[in-house]
Design a protein around this ligand. Structure first.
Ligand SMILES: *Cc1c(COP(=O)(O)O)cnc(C)c1O
Length: 420
């Protein structure tokens, strides 16, 4: 009997499996904490997203910051994905995975000179520029290298994505992008710079957005700028609508279909004649990955039950950073009544909580649990806080598993330090 939680993540005869493999087997073989991704799920989510936009010329640029493992990037590259990057390191990863530089866009409010040089030398598709100062910096670097830099401005459309304030990026008060009102003037300045070619326009309003109407609201506002640019002879070739489409963090709730986003955006931009760029991150990787952890201790105190597990906020930061909800399930189905408990990590911080007051089946010390929807902003946000080596990463496909990042060792922890 099969009970699906998310595509390719399911119980079969009471055992949790991912892409054909039992998670208990994976935990035994590779240890915990362990990130496991399903290749079939990555493919599923990429196709679900990309095919929704098939009626318009487009590039789906995976947001590398959500999951930057080069094997994950390679799976998406094989399906035709480009990359949305926010640092030289991410461009390096995307290129290492074989992604065509002409499908790489580079955003970020604080691009350094060496990063601009790197992007120009590698011939990326465009720089998503976030300030006037950055525009001049790119022009200077391009002049020095004898190149013309293709750019888009990241315009802040001032819409409220109705998501967590820490992942809202398109409000007037946010540090991202240039002001909507000043956009035309900046494009004119850019057009007059010898080593700049303004070929695109970009917005990205936030993350985990489930009300797709806000994308439409932003796209309509940005379209007004594009039309005005056309009227002054500035040809915009790429309309970059950013990422941010939300996923379901609850296996009992279906996600917003990507088609709903496409139906919102495509009619707005169809008559502009632009190519569309999309930058989904979470949407492609979030529900393709899980974090496996082991219950180390059970502790009952003042009527409160704690499960202390071996994955902490250093391994998965989202719950402590944003109070984000992650569904947690046991690797083997349990008999017995649900009980309210906190699932906490081993880190010496009160905020090191994976789940608070959560109704869970009774767990025992030694049990393996799976934290679901951990494929995006999971490993990429992991740290060595408390001097804990970062977890291993594994990819599963139809019953086979491959390690795609070794667990860090104690030696790795100090490998860059000098004893003085
Ligand atoms: C983070 C980010 C994305 C991806 O956001 P998701 O919510 O993961 O889709 C896309 N574009 C830019 C510029 C970003 O900063």
């Amino acid at each position: 009997m099969r009970e699906e939680l998310f595509p390719f993540i399911y119980y079969e005869n009471g055992k949790l499996k991912i892409d054909g493999i039992s998670v208990e087997e994976l935990a035994r073989k590779y240890g915990t904490p362990l990130y496991v991704y399903s290749q079939s799920a990555l493919e599923h989510w990429f196709k679900e997203f990309d095919s929704a936009f098939s009626s318009i010329e487009h590039i789906t640029c995976f947001a590398v910051k959500s999951n930057s493992n080069i094997s994950v990037l390679k799976v998406l590259k094989e399906l035709g994905a480009g990359a949305d990057t926010v640092s030289m390191g991410e461009i390096f990863r995307a290129l290492t995975a074989g992604i065509d530089p002409k499908k790489i866009v580079f955003a970020g409010v604080g691009k350094r000179i060496d990063e601009i040089e790197y992007g120009l030398e590698k011939g990326i598709l465009m720089f998503n520029v976030e300030s006037e100062s950055e525009l001049y910096a790119i022009n200077r670097v391009a002049e020095k290298l004898g190149k013309v830099a293709p750019i888009a401005f990241r315009v802040n459309p001032d819409v409220n994505p109705k998501t967590h304030p820490y992942i809202s990026t398109g409000l007037k008060t946010s540090k991202f992008g240039i002001a909507y009102e000043g956009a035309i003037e900046l494009y004119k300045k850019a057009k007059n710079l010898k080593n700049i070619n303004p070929i695109g326009i970009h917005f990205h309003i936030g993350s985990q957005i489930t009300d797709v109407s806000v994308f439409g609201e932003a796209a309509r506002k940005i379209k007004e700028i594009v039309k005005e640019l056309y009227s002054v002879g500035i040809e915009i070739e790429y309309f970059d609508a950013g990422g941010g489409l939300g996923i379901s963090y609850n296996p009992n709730e279906p996600p917003v279909p990507a088609r709903a986003l496409a139906d919102e955006i495509i009619p707005i931009i169809k008559d502009l004649g632009c190519k569309l760029i999309l930058e989904p991150g979470r949407r492609l990787a979030g529900n393709a990955g899980i974090l496996l952890s082991q219950v180390i201790y059970k502790k009952e105190r003042h009527e409160k039950l704690f499960y202390i597990v071996d994955a902490g906020m250093n391994d998965l930061a989202r719950p402590s950073l944003y109070k984000a909800y992650h569904h947690i399930v046991p690797a083997s189905k349990k008999e017995g009544n649900l009980k309210k408990a906190d699932v906490v990590g081993p880190i010496c911080e009160t905020g090191d909580i994976l789940a608070e007051d959560r109704e869970l089946p009774p767990l025992n010390e030694g049990d393996i649990i799976a934290v679901l929807s951990a494929g995006a902003y999971g490993f990429t946000m992991a740290s060595n806080y408390n001097s804990r080596p970062r977890p291993a990463e594994v990819i599963a496909k139809e019953g086979r598993a491959e390690i795609i990042r070794q667990r860090e060792t104690l030696g790795d922890l100090i490998s860059k330090e000098e004893i003085f």
